[in-house]
Design a protein around this ligand. Sequence first.
Ligand code: RFL
Ligand code: PHB
Length: 391
Amino acid sequence: MKTQVAIIGAGPAGLFLAHLLKRHGIESVVLEARSREYVEARVRAGVLESGTIDTLNNLGLGERMMREGLVDNGLDMRFRGRTIHLDLPGLTGRSVKIYGQQEVVKDLIGARLAEGDPLIFEAEVVRIEGADTASPRVHYRHQGEARTLDCTFVAGCDGFHGVSRAAVPEGVITTYTRNYDFAWLGVLVKAPPLPDMTYTNHDRGFALCSRRSMSISRLYLQVHASDRPENWSDAQIWDELHTRVFDADRTEIKEGEIFQRDMAQLRAFIASPMQYGNLFLAGDAVHIVPPTGAKGMNMAVADARVLARGMAAYFSNGSRAALDRYSEECGLRVWKTIRYSAYMTGLLHRFSEHSEFDRGMQLTELEFISQSEAAQRTIAEQYVKLSDVAD
Ligand code: RFL
Ligand code: PHB
């Protein structure tokens, strides 16, 4: 098989890239290791920044998101039993939308297949050959057979554990990592959510109350990195959530059937540069943010937009200039996003290494934010528009 762009991975980065390229008249083939059912059921992100919303709408694929997504105007941070309410439109003129990542992925997959464009599931890429040549070749396995895909460019959109980053020779990429010794235990619950996104910093650890609809809550608890979802009974989850959200009489958080559980390790990671020859990395394949700022998917979509623009310039006038600047163009935005996500993580979690002094500083920072509109605006602004890029 032969195509202009071989896209590895059908997550947000790969799927957005495929649709954006198509709008520029560029052919691509998307190779995805897992099944369609698996990819569409994978519960992850939920918060869409306006740049992501606009991109989906501009592709003509935002109809369901606009209908079913929830506008989120408020961001609450609780500590010492008090709430700091950030009015996002009041502070920034913008809001965010809550619409599950797997819903975005379903919409993008549905449209790709309806348009009759190649998206191959259960096609695991095992090797990229000649990434630094004019004709790279992607080797993959499909239906028990070894196959190849020849292309002009390879887009490595295969997440943190993919093969693309590993295909870059040693010494080319520098990595910057911070691993946290805690994780998020996430649950989906059949119960009405809190009205606003609520992050809490409690002596017993962080908690987050988000939502997927007016009848489905998405709730998270900070747990130790070595913990497991099955270690927690439903009753323990509810006790811990009520406690950490300062809901002493257990009336605020509505309980309901817990129908899904997962765990996500917290990590910050950047690999730089984001390109090697004709291989370009995007999304989680090249950077990971701790989820506290709700940025991972938004960052993946922003990468796809910059990359699509560079490839469009190449295929329309033969100039590599924009493509050669891809990594540089993404760099500062990526670092700012990591910085914000690490800041929010540091502000809201309990750290085993913290001294009493560190804990005092953390709570005083929250006190300061509660009294300073400037500090609130700084947080709100980054929450709504860190992933803005020009198309
Ligand atoms: P993905 O989504 O991991 O997709 C990569 C795809 O590549 C496939 N793949 C391969 N395919 C072929 N051959 C191979 N060898 C392959 N190896 C892997 C995989 O099967 C997969 O389908 O990466 P992408 O596209 O870069 O997207 C990144 C986002 O998924 C991620 O950043 C977000 O989910 C992060 N995130 C959040 N982001 C937000 O913007 N807002 C949020 O509110 C938010 N909340 C979250 C989050 C992530 C979380 N977890 C579970 C880590 C909340 C949580 C709990
Ligand atoms: C979510 O709704 O899944 C969500 C919300 C906010 C975050 C992370 C995840 O910071």
